[in-house]
Design a protein around this ligand. Structure first.
Ligand code: FAD
Length: 159
């Protein structure tokens, strides 16, 4: 019996471009009293929700500042941004990047990974060393530059 693994022209979806991912990077200021326990709670909720919503990314917390990288379907990310804007555990959300053109996740295994402020440079440099789309590279550089400015660390990576 011959088995054909190639899509046939009349299959639904054949010839359509792969759906794009929406990628958002922002930073925000943690509310007074937000500590490691509160951040663990945020991570637990995020993992539960994000797996269901097909969202991946990472959350950085240090010196009272959050940075978050989110990637997933546009609708899911927009809904999450609405919830984030009304979450009293942080304020002063500043968007660093919002693009919809990538179909390649930078953090495909991470429903939402907590990255320590000291480790973030290694994670970002690792991601930058892989060959990603220019928009993703720009977003990574924007995050790194903002981290350097906010957390007061010398910028070792300007290129
Ligand atoms: P719920 O089941 O309603 O809440 C889960 C728990 O969180 C509750 O037990 C409650 O104690 C606590 N909680 C919820 N809201 C608040 C609040 N405003 N103040 C204090 N405690 C509260 N959610 C995601 O789904 N994905 C993410 O990637 C994500 N990232 C976040 C990043 C940051 C920096 C912050 C501050 C929040 C983030 N959240 C994220 C949480 C998000 O803002 C919503 O609270 C959450 O999505 C609501 O989901 P839920 O209804 O399932 O949670």
């Amino acid at each position: 019996m011959h088995s054909n693994t190639f899509p046939s022209y009349d299959e639904p979806g054949f010839g359509r471009p792969p759906s794009l991912l929406f990628n958002v990077v922002y930073c925000s200021r943690a509310a007074a009293g937000v500590d490691a326990t509160a951040v663990d709670q945020i991570i637990a909720t995020s993992r539960r929700n994000n797996a269901r919503l097909d969202i991946t990314g990472m959350l950085v917390f240090g010196e009272g500042i959050f940075f978050q990288w989110l990637e997933g379907p546009r609708e899911s990310i927009m809904d999450l941004m609405e919830r984030l804007r009304s979450d009293s555990r942080h304020s002063q959300i500043v968007m660093l990047s919002a693009v919809e053109e990538s179909n390649e996740r930078l953090f495909p295994q991470w429903d939402m990974e907590l990255v320590e402020a000291e480790e973030i440079r290694v994670v970002l440099i690792d991601a930058l060393e892989d060959d990603h789309q220019p928009s993703s590279m720009d977003a990574l550089r924007a995050m790194l530059a903002e981290l350097d400015a906010r957390l007061g660390t010398p910028s070792s990576l300007k290129a």
